[in-house]
Ligand binder design. Structure first.
Ligand code: ZN
Length: 355
């Protein structure tokens, strides 16, 4: 950040429902160079006031564009990069606002604290709720773009563990460690639970799944969110598909790791196995961490034991046709108010929220 500029609430062209972009705002970041896309260069992002009309500038030593919208400016830079031979895929979480830094929490908070921010009628305040303002009208957008990558939450992890309980209702019912019976009721919504397998059968399926993993699944862009996991071939109901891989850590370490990932701006991918251990897939994860959430899942997760080691496995809950996206229900605990996380799974039965 170089400068925040000055909020121009009148006319109301310097903000919209989700973002404030003050005239005089200047930020910079290092990104791929339009001159040589194999190298990086520093870009300056700024907002100017052209007789009441916002103009968005992106400038580097070899590139300069001025556009009327932030997305047009970002697209101009992308187009120039593509013309220069830049071939990288751009995650859907990166857009004009994120490139300018206007979607960063600390920046949004600072803008909301500026004296004229309260004059931005129709803007949904997220961090500083002015007097008489009812707060965001929409459910909270998770900052990392995907609820699965939201920072570790001990309560949430506890509920995730219940996924394994779903496979055995008797075990679930008698489990004293289950703090809340609600998620179990949710599972009875139709999640497929095959009969328990013995260790030897699990181990055989596990080895087979590993062997054909690359022929079974593919990671591609998803309509639900960012990257997703897709079936490369027809998968039969009950088939073991892929392991949720990562680094096995003690649950006590989860909080420290979460704080570290927050500091370095990384989303956390963690999955608790039991009271003692969790799998951290943030830095050492496999393809399974890209499985998106859906209110109408075609997969479920289950913890198995193979060769004396516990593994988190993703199974097909129904017959899955090749090219279909693999999705499962994250089974997040029920939340209310601004803790709600929007769901974009697109299923007919979508509740609109992941929690
Ligand atoms: Zn949904």
């Amino acid at each position: 950040m170089h400068q925040f500029g000055q909020i121009e609430a009148y006319p109301s062209k310097f903000y919209n429902t989700n973002y404030i972009f003050p005239a005089g705002f200047i930020s910079s970041r290092v990104f791929w160079s339009t001159e040589n896309p194999q190298t990086t260069t520093r870009y300056f992002f700024s907002v100017a006031n052209d007789e009441g009309i916002p103009r968005f500038h992106i400038r580097s030593s070899h590139f300069h564009c001025i556009e009327n919208t932030i997305e047009a400016a970002w697209n101009a830079l992308l187009t120039k990069l593509r013309q220069s031979g830049w071939k990288r895929l751009v995650p859907s979480s990166i857009n004009g606002y994120s490139m300018f830094g206007l979607s960063l929490g600390p920046v949004m908070r600072h803008l909301e604290l500026m004296p004229d921010a309260t004059d931005c009628k129709g803007y949904d305040f997220r961090y500083i709720i002015p007097k008489g303002h009812t707060g965001p009208k929409k459910p909270r957008m998770n900052l990392t773009g995907c609820a699965r990558t939201e920072p570790y939450n001990r309560e949430r992890m506890r509920q995730l563990t219940d996924v394994s309980f779903a496979m055995s209702s008797a075990k679930a019912a008698s489990s004293s460690s289950n703090p809340n019976p609600k998620p179990l009721a949710k599972k009875s919504r139709g999640a497929f639970a095959p009969p328990p397998m013995n260790d030897m059968a699990s181990a055989m399926q596990y080895r087979q799944a590993k062997k054909i993993e690359n022929d079974t699944i593919d990671v591609r862009h998803s309509k639900i969110h960012g990257w997703g996991l897709f079936a490369k071939r027809d998968i039969a109901k009950g088939e073991m598909i892929i392991e949720y891989m990562g680094q096995l850590i003690r649950t006590e370490l989860c909080d420290a790791r979460e704080a570290y990932y927050d500091r370095v701006n990384l989303g956390s991918y963690m999955f608790r196995i039991d009271d003692k251990f969790a799998v951290d897939a943030t830095k050492m994860g496999g393809k399974a961490r890209f499985v998106n959430h859906s209110c109408e899942p075609n997969c479920f997760s289950r913890i198995i034991s193979a060769e004396g080691v516990s593994h988190i496995m993703i199974y097909a809950a129904c017959d899955v046709t090749a090219t279909n996206e693999l999705v499962y229900d994250y089974k997040f605990p029920y939340e209310e108010g601004d803790l709600k996380v929007e769901c974009r799974c697109g299923a007919r039965t979508c509740t609109g929220f992941m929690n």
